[in-house]
Design a protein around this ligand. Structure first.
Ligand code: ZN
Ligand code: ZN
Ligand code: ZN
Length: 364
């Protein structure tokens, strides 16, 4: 059991030890009696006729107390209370900083270095080991980092009020509530982009639009299906002048998203003046990322060319490595006492060209 610690904001105030503003009025014997019974001594009357300066018998500290409170209740010594709160905080593993923003709340410094207001009752439970203090700032930081790692941003609490969910925004712009655990494991899909999109093959694309003002604009993005993206998601009118002018295949949606992001960063840095003002195309093209002035189309094409070459080279390297691995396994499986059948099973999994090179040992 912990003894209840009364609220600081009761009728008791800490007095000024050096020069109590006293009033020259008599102190009734009866009051001294009350004070002694309750662990205090009356030092003076003041600062007005309704108050007294009391000295705490336990700690020697002084305080101002209403005469009414002294008569009718147990005054609380703020010095003793603060000492108890300090001790409580220490036992709960936090540092006491002062009174909190509400009655019965104290301001504390958490071990992580963040300050917070916590209820006395909570700290008592922490002291008993019944619960732990979680830092809201650290938690938010962690959740945000977990979300960023998966291409999402944390935007707020769960709109449905669950502690186990939060509201997130995907890099595609879609907002969705996601369970905290799922954000960590990635075992969920975005309702905005289609299911499994992060692992599926994707495309970078460049589209050209002629805006109603007659201005030509280009958009760079990624999509599993750029044609359908253009037709069904981007343009607002069926006869709008919009054309898909370039696509680059990317092995996964996840990678396509990362490349697209980097591409936008590059373009914004190199051509800040080519980024169209949103007002120019609002209501015509439904996009979240930038549209650029068509005059940088050639540069975008060059960047996409480079990306394509890089991806192809990498794909070739990966394919070579894959074949090498297969060949090694094949060689191992054909070592001294290898049954020929197993070799042929593996060999049959190689593409024709690779199989040819291996033909000497192929039993055929
Ligand atoms: Zn005291
Ligand atoms: Zn913290
Ligand atoms: Zn999405």
């Amino acid at each position: 059991m912990t003894d209840p610690i009364p609220n600081f904001l009761d009728a008791a105030f800490s007095g000024d030890d050096r020069s109590p503003a006293s009033v020259n009025l008599p102190i009734l014997d009866q009051w001294q009696g009350y004070a002694e019974d309750k662990g205090f001594e009356i030092v003076a009357r003041g600062p007005d006729r309704y108050h007294l300066h009391l000295r705490c018998e336990r700690c020697g500290g002084t305080m101002i107390c209403k005469i009414f409170t002294l008569r009718t209740a147990q005054p609380t010594c703020p010095h003793c209370l603060e000492a108890r709160w300090r001790a409580l905080c220490e036992a709960a593993g936090v540092t006491y900083l002062g009174r909190g923003d509400r009655p019965n709340y104290m301001r504390v410094l958490l071990p992580c270095g963040h300050e917070t207001n916590r209820q006395q009752e909570l700290l008592e439970r922490v002291r008993r080991g019944a619960t732990a203090i979680r830092c809201a700032v650290c938690l938010e930081d962690r959740l945000q980092a977990e979300a960023r790692a998966r291409g999402w941003s944390l935007i707020g609490d769960d709109p449905e009020g669950s502690q186990h969910y939060r509201l997130y925004r995907h890099d595609c712009g879609h907002r969705q509530r996601v369970a905290l655990g799922n954000m960590v494991t990635g075992r969920f899909t975005c309702g905005g982009c289609s299911e499994g999109w992060t692992r599926d093959k994707s495309h970078l694309y460049m589209m050209r639009f002629v805006l109603r003002t007659g201005r030509e604009a280009v958009k760079v993005g990624f999509s599993r299906d750029p044609v359908s993206r253009l037709r069904h998601q981007l343009i607002t009118e069926r006869d709008q002048d919009a054309r898909l002018i370039r696509t680059v295949e990317v092995p996964t949606g996840h990678e396509a998203m990362a490349i697209e992001k980097a591409l936008h960063t590059t373009l914004r840095q190199r051509h800040p003046e080519a980024v169209l003002d949103r007002a120019e195309f609002a209501g015509e093209v439904k996009v979240l990322s930038e549209l650029y002035a068509a005059r940088i189309e050639a540069e975008i094409t060059a960047l996409l060319d480079r990306i394509e070459v890089r991806l192809r080279r990498r794909a070739r390297r990966r394919e070579k490595r894959r074949l090498k691995r297969l060949r090694r396994r094949l060689a191992q499986s054909q070592a001294p006492a290898c049954p020929a059948a197993e070799g042929s099973t593996l060999a049959s999994r190689l593409p024709p060209a690779a199989t040819d090179k291996l033909s000497p040992s192929d039993p055929g």
